[in-house]
Design a protein around this ligand. Structure first.
Ligand code: FAD
Ligand code: EPU
Length: 335
């Protein structure tokens, strides 16, 4: 069941070569338990679609790829429905299934790569919606006690690209299923400017959830590189949330700096804009670089190491700090 010395290149969307001392897939909790019982390697890494990781070295432990499937209705009212999906389901296929069934709420999150199980990890978000807006609860296997625990929304402490699974419980749980509360009558969210203009260009006045999904897919395909063609993990950095006073300082030289309301006294800046202004957009260094259509995305054109990409990210962080006084934080999980 456990394979040794496995190349992880096909299992990460950056397409980076790194070897795992042990590798196994599991498709049920009992599978997982029996792998762990016989496991002689201490270190564990749970992998979904590998679309939010950067492998900077070989992994001297056991990589477990989550393949738990399932899509079932667990509760229903006239207005809403609660769907439980297996952690190993592909996220976009899950979204498509919801749309096919007329269940609204996840359409703005179309075409995000990866698995259902990783979606709560960083509270995935796009085009005006975050996972927390549709999240009901999740079931996770606690590795040390071998017990199943249930987490409701409050227990997950979701924030912008954050949850307890990235912070206090990092590495302690295997998320096995996620339950979503979706609406039977669509509440269309076209608040993100780009969706409105995309719908307008298609002359759609009263969009359905599928229209919104198609609009999101078109916008994403126009600027985000397809990992099947160019290795990447989406936004490499988070959009920084900074003091209002710093935004005002930047506005002296850059009156058009994009910025959005965040918490009281703080605003969110667009990291892609900062990186572009600092001259990084489209820069290529042999086999890796900064994407030419979206400066927030670092890319591997083939054959680069995780360290080369990591070092580029450090250079970008230093340059943005120097130019704008803003500290960028990596969004991608560095392994
Ligand atoms: P992986 O990369 O396999 O894992 C990510 C982390 O979660 C790792 O630390 C891993 O150990 C942990 N993990 C994974 N599964 C489990 C589990 N079942 N239990 C416990 N821990 C687990 N993200 C957004 O939020 N919004 C976007 O718009 C977006 N766009 C993207 C576009 C592109 C082209 C790409 C390549 C990525 C994009 N991402 C985006 C990032 C990525 O798709 C998401 O973070 C996604 O949820 C990662 O899923 P995964 O299954 O690939 O996770
Ligand atoms: N911008 C530039 N230059 C660039 C990129 C962006 O000037 O090269 C400007 C845009 O013109 C716009 C602003 O930055 O004014 C925001 O750009 P965009 O709408 O493309 O979104 P983003 O902030 O770059 C975030 C998420 C994406 C998510 C999109 C849509 C983060 C870190 N990234 O990107 O998530 O899909 O919004 O909601 O929050 C991911 O997490 O991997 C990811 C792709």
């Amino acid at each position: 069941m456990i394979q040794n010395n496995v190349n992880l290149k096909p299992f990460n969307t950056f397409g980076i070569e790194a070897f795992a001392a042990g590798f196994a897939q599991f498709s049920s909790i009992s599978d997982l338990k029996s792998i762990l019982e016989n496991n002689y390697l201490n270190q564990l890494l749970i992998l979904g679609g590998g679309s939010n990781v950067l492998l900077t070295k070989d992994f001297d432990g056991l990589v477990l790829k989550n393949e738990i499937k399932g899509f079932k209705i667990i509760d229903e009212t006239e207005e809403s429905i609660i769907i439980e999906a297996g952690a190993g389901e592909n996220w976009h296929e899950f979204v498509m299934k919801c749309i096919d069934n007329g269940f609204a709420g996840v359409e703005n999150l179309s075409l995000i790569p990866g698995s259902v199980g990783a979606s709560p990890m960083q509270n995935i978000g796009a085009y005006g919606v975050e996972l927390k807006d549709v999240f009901h609860h999740l079931s996770a296997f606690h590795i040390e006690s071998q017990e199943m625990h249930t987490f409701d929304k409050e227990a997950c402490q979701f924030g912008y690209r954050e949850s307890v699974f990235k912070t206090i419980y990092k590495g302690q749980y295997v998320i096995c299923s996620v339950a979503f509360e979706l609406s039977k009558s669509p509440k269309i969210n076209t608040s993100y400017g780009a969706i409105e203009s995309e719908l307008k260009s298609k002359k759609i006045i009263e969009p359905t959830i599928r229209d919104v999904s198609n609009a999101v897919i078109s916008i994403r395909q126009a600027k985000l590189p397809d990992p099947k063609v160019i290795g990447n993990a989406g936004s490499f950095f988070k959009n920084p949330v900074v003091e209002e006073s710093l935004v005002q300082q930047i506005q002296v030289n850059y009156p058009d700096v994009p910025n959005y309301p965040a918490s009281v006294g703080r605003r969110k800046l667009a990291a892609g804009w900062l990186i572009e202004q600092a001259g990084w957009k489209g820069k290529t260094f042999d086999t890796f670089g900064v994407h030419n259509l979206q400066a927030l995305v670092l890319v591997n054109y083939g054959g680069s190491s995780g360290n080369q990409v990591y070092n580029l990210s450090s250079e970008i962080i230093n340059s943005i700090e120097e130019k704008f006084g803003v500290t960028l934080e990596r969004e991608v999980n560095i392994l």
